[in-house]
Write a protein that binds this ligand. Sequence first.
Ligand SMILES: Cc1cc2nc3c(=O)[nH]c(=O)nc-3n(C[C@H](O)[C@H](O)[C@H](O)COP(=O)(O)OP(=O)(O)OC[C@H]3O[C@@H](n4cnc5c(N)ncnc54)[C@H](O)[C@@H]3O)c2cc1C
Length: 367
Amino acid sequence: MNDVLQAYDAFLRNVLPEDYAGRTNHYRHDDRLRTDFQVAAFEAGWLVPDWEPGLGGQSLSAGDSLAVRIEGARRRVPVIHNVQGVGVVAPGLRRFGTPAQQDRLLRPVLRGDEWWALGMSEPGAGSDLASLRTQARRDGDRFIVNGSKIWTTQAKESRWATLYVRTDPEARRHAGISCLILDLQSPGVEVRPIRRAAESVDAFCEVFLDDVEIPVENLLGPLNGGWRVASESLEHERDMIWVNNWVEIAQVVDPSLRRTDLDDEEMTALGRLLADAEAVRFTGLRTVFERLEGNEPAEFFLLKLLGSEAAQRATRFAMETSGLAGLCEPQLMEDRIESLAATIYGGTSEVQRNIIGERVLGLPRDR
Ligand SMILES: Cc1cc2nc3c(=O)[nH]c(=O)nc-3n(C[C@H](O)[C@H](O)[C@H](O)COP(=O)(O)OP(=O)(O)OC[C@H]3O[C@@H](n4cnc5c(N)ncnc54)[C@H](O)[C@@H]3O)c2cc1C
């Protein structure tokens, strides 16, 4: 273990309960622990290790930072409540925010004091985000916004949202979109949770916007430059996605490795899953090394599809081979449900295949 991982290990031992390793499933749902862990990781510079001190980091190299993230995933450290706040909004604010926006907003989102929602999808504009219709009209020193969003995770619990709106109706699809910082407590905002079969803090919401006034200084990034804000903010988390997929596959199939009652077909499926886990790991690492060399590796486009579908196969295998007992195992059930969502959010598998077809294989464009 190198010095960085030793220091991280000491931090984890200090902040996590002694019996954490043996009871991760229990502690994963401990809200207090999750909140405290985020604050502690922020203060000690382990939240975003490659960022500067004061912003949840300690300016670690990309390699060391990745090693810390892998170790965190492997030990199943408590999951941050408002994942998109730290993983998507904070990088966007750091990259595109004005000094005033960063001063006001970065620290609270990183510490988890203020939660954020992502106001992107609309009815009819999910995969095809560029067709979004929510309008923002400039009126003096403010924008007047009308429209609606859907599938907005945690909008009910959040204080803010990055709101993607059409600011130039004449411009071509991608070119007329801007990102505004919406205070969800503004007059004219109505948040309606969408009922789900299971209780969850991550409840989806619809967000309705009726003549909502947003000050011009809440524009994030350039006017009509929202497409870049969206893509660059989302890209930040790309390494975490494959790391989590790889670790999840390995952990979900781990109990099966000690079983002696699997038949030939199940053994073959298990072998394939282990190969999938390694394929995700090596492909992920290859993209990291390529990027460190300054290249944009084609493999990157494969990772989300490969990782999310393999994780889905792994949870299905675990459920099927554990029979009735699997249905009574809450963690397995949760992993299974989460894995079903992973091939939808952040770009569905079909859309990932289109991207691979166009950008890796050079096939004609979908649209
Ligand atoms: C757990 C979860 C959390 C989410 N959180 C948020 C959030 O916080 N904020 C937010 O804005 N959104 C969020 N979303 C929404 C998510 O981004 C969309 O569901 C996703 O982009 C797909 O859009 P859609 O649901 O409108 O499906 P559609 O785009 O209508 O797609 C329907 C089906 O058609 C297929 N399809 C669509 N276009 C093509 C094409 N060109 N070629 C081939 N097949 C195609 C799709 O693959 C899919 O199977 C979340 C979704 C999930 C599951």
